[in-house]
Write a protein that binds this ligand. Sequence first.
Ligand code: GUN
Length: 173
Amino acid sequence: MDKKKKNSMDFGEFVDVFGNVIERCPLIAAKKKTQRPFSDLEDLKKHFFAFIDALPQKSQEGILRCHPDLAGSELRRGTLTAESQREQSAAGLTSLGADERLRLAELNAQYRARFGFPFVLAARFSDRAAVSRELARRLLCPSAQELRTALGEVKKIGSLRLADLLRADPAKL
Ligand code: GUN
């Protein structure tokens, strides 16, 4: 996507393109539109992530709660966003056996009960065994640390999605 095109997009177009960089949080893209122009991918990333960092803790937890469970009911019902579907698929979560699915569902439920938000992991960097392992490990972490870890994963997911969006356009930055 060339810089001129990105910066000349109207509001609706910008939110359509960047609205799911942070899962189901188009408001963040909408806010970023008002801060254009951006010089490059790093600049765009910096703006998205500074917005998240500046939020109060309750709102940061709200961002996490916009994420579906990994290998959860939304995947079964086919109601994931296209991005989440691709990422969960890349980690092999769309082809789990019944036992693996049950184990992940139990761990996801324990995690939610403990922290009040779903387990978020940049699934594209992972595989099905690593997802369960990491979930079991993070379940034991202190709450403040876990919030920081989870937000770090949101940023990794956002970085990958932004990079995809800009790569998809041959006249990128
Ligand atoms: N990692 C990558 N995508 C997702 C998602 O949609 N949900 C969760 N929980 N983690 C993810």
